[in-house]
Design a protein around this ligand. Structure first.
Ligand SMILES: NC(=O)C1=CN([C@@H]2O[C@H](COP(=O)(O)OP(=O)(O)OC[C@H]3O[C@@H](n4cnc5c(N)ncnc54)[C@H](O)[C@@H]3O)[C@@H](O)[C@H]2O)[C@@H](O)CC1
Ligand SMILES: Nc1ncnc2c1ncn2[C@@H]1O[C@H](COP(=O)(O)OP(=O)(O)O)[C@@H](O)[C@H]1O
Ligand SMILES: [K+]
Length: 489
């Protein structure tokens, strides 16, 4: 996993990389620019569209000058818009790249930009070096960029956005943000979605181990990280090895949620899935998921189950006693979602009975109901950290870049997923997946890394086919392909 460090430490990260590898800071800037242009070329932007690159006086601007040179070489019609006056002192690498601009590139002052013309704007004005309040011209430059109707692509971070804090002033509204080395924390906050647009991470060759020098509890979970968290099974593995799970879900009119969770658990590899649900609804699940067994009363001995997932479609009325009984009878980590979370928020004393190491999966509204109203993501993360540490529980804050908050204090932002997953029932699928991995003997942390990443990837795979018509069942159908893509047998 990739550590997310504060923006002000990027200079130290670079300096250490430069010292240990012997490359120059200018080469590092060139790698960043090349990474940006590789992404750009993969995107297939129209060559006839003029490219206007706003460049500041620091290294973010330096990246912009280098990008201008490389896009010019790729055959794009590039202009550079200087966001500094004659008296400005450019950073040394920015100055080198400014001087390397080929003659074919038109260099103008930022206020000469004609917003009415077509094209693409690249925002290389301010990066992680932003300090304090925006100075007056900076605001005008940002307004100028935002007055443009076409595509805006920010380099490293939208200009004006602080790397680790909440946005309070003006900021470029980007369609894409191409960030270098690691995602800056603020790019992962839901309240900044409108300014960051789609997030792309470009590797500039800094090894994960180089982040060990820095203290941070924030991490980013990438595709390449996930295989390490999977359990290996052997030739003689039998269905018992793949876990027996109990899904406590569904009620009259809400049996779909139970079906989705059970199917997702089976598709994630569970050996045996039992559904605990009202007897009156049994035909629905037996027909929809013949592989699942049914139980209509809570068994006294729950120790025969390796994991329990509770909540989807369960209903709230009269169900708190069921939850309490399960907490008393089952001592292993379990997954708690949806209606079970609502019951907890209405019966806060029950929270203390939850088996240690369990996984709670609230979306933002459920989070607020459970932990109290929270005005922003920074406050939410802090609250989650306290909750997890003090109760020895794990919490998943669901949404884009869902955050896996662990009892050990780590907070891991997921990189997979798509807005097409914002559809009824996709959370029920996740409950089934998480319960399945727990039941297969994964630690709670590993079950979360695998479950959350695969769930997002299933959404991406399904979304490619069905776009905004994606439904939760499509995610289940895509689970096997996620194993194929990650090379998990
Ligand atoms: N490891 C990495 O992540 C790398 C980062 N690079 C780039 O380097 C950038 C950081 O460069 P710098 O540290 O030079 O900083 P920036 O270029 O982000 O910012 C410094 C500039 O912003 C101006 N500025 C700061 N606060 C301001 C305010 N409140 N109002 C108006 N102007 C303000 C300063 O006068 C200076 O000109 C990154 O964002 C990235 O684009 C790459 O060049 C190389 C590798
Ligand atoms: N914009 C988004 N980008 C990525 N993932 C998303 C997005 N919106 C929702 N999701 C994911 O979809 C799931 C929705 O879960 P939930 O809110 O419980 O829905 P439901 O209750 O309808 O099942 C979560 O895992 C969440 O992370
Ligand atoms: K920028």
């Amino acid at each position: 996993m990739l550590k997310i460090i504060p923006g002000w430490q990027v200079k130290l990260l670079d300096a250490n990389h430069i010292q240990t590898t012997g490359i120059s800071s200018l080469e590092l800037m060139e790698r960043a620019a090349k990474g940006f242009v590789d992404w750009w070329n993969g995107k297939g932007f129209d060559h006839s569209a003029p490219v206007n690159i706003f460049c500041g006086a620091g290294n973010n601007g330096g990246d912009g000058f280098a990008i201008a040179r490389l896009l010019d070489t790729s055959g794009f019609k590039v202009s550079v818009l200087k966001c500094f006056d004659e008296s400005a002192k450019l950073s040394s690498d920015a100055l080198v790249n400014f001087k390397l601009l080929p003659d074919g590139i038109r260099v103008m002052d930022w206020n000469e930009f004609d917003k009415s013309k077509d094209g693409i704007v690249v925002d290389a004005f301010l990066g992680v070096g932003l300090t304090g309040e925006l100075r007056s011209t900076a605001k005008a430059i940002i307004q100028k960029i935002n007055s443009f109707d076409g595509k805006v692509i920010s380099v490293d971070i939208p200009s004006g956005l602080p790397s680790d804090d909440l946005l309070s002033g003006a900021c470029v509204r980007a369609d894409f943000t191409v960030t270098f080395a690691f995602p800056k924390l603020s790019l992962l906050f839901p309240e900044h979605a409108a300014v960051t647009g789609e997030l792309i991470l470009v590797d500039i060759g800094i090894a994960d181990t180089e982040y060990d020098l820095f203290d941070s509890t924030s991490y980013y979970l990438r595709k390449e990280d996930v295989p390490f968290f999977h359990r290996k099974f052997h030739r003689f593995s039998h269905k018992g090895d793949f876990g027996k799970v109990l899904i406590v879900a569904g009620s009259e009119g809400k049996m779909g949620a139970a079906i989705l969770s059970c199917k997702a658990a089976l598709r994630s590899g569970s050996g045996l899935v039992t559904a605990l649900m009202p007897k009156s609804e049994r035909q629905i699940i037996q027909i929809a998921v013949p592989e699942a067994m049914c139980q209509f009363e809570l068994p006294t001995d729950l120790s025969r189950f390796d994991a329990i997932g509770i909540g989807p479609g369960l209903g709230v009325m009269g169900k708190s006693a069921l939850l309490e009984s399960i907490f008393h009878r089952f001592k292993n980590p379990m997954v708690i979602d949806a209606d079970a979370l609502t019951i907890l928020s209405e019966n806060p004393d029950l929270v203390h009975l939850i088996p240690k190491g369990s996984i709670l999966t609230p979306h933002l509204k459920e989070f607020d109901r459970l932990l109290g109203d929270t005005s922003n993501h920074l406050a939410r993360l802090e609250k989650a950290a306290d909750f997890c540490r003090s109760l020895e529980l794990n919490l998943l804050i669901k949404g884009a870049n869902s955050v896996i908050c662990l009892a050990d204090g780590r907070q891991v932002f997921n990189s997979s997923g798509t807005p097409y997953m914002a559809t009824g029932g996709s959370g029920d699928v996740l409950t089934g997946m998480l319960t399945s991995f727990l039941g297969q003997g994964y630690s709670s942390a590993n079950a979360m890394f695998c479950g959350v990443y695969h769930h997002g990837l299933a959404g991406e795979i399904a979304g490619e086919h069905y776009l905004r018509g994606t439904i939760a069942s499509d995610l289940i159908d895509a689970i096997p392909e996620t194993f194929v893509q990650l090379g998990i047998s």
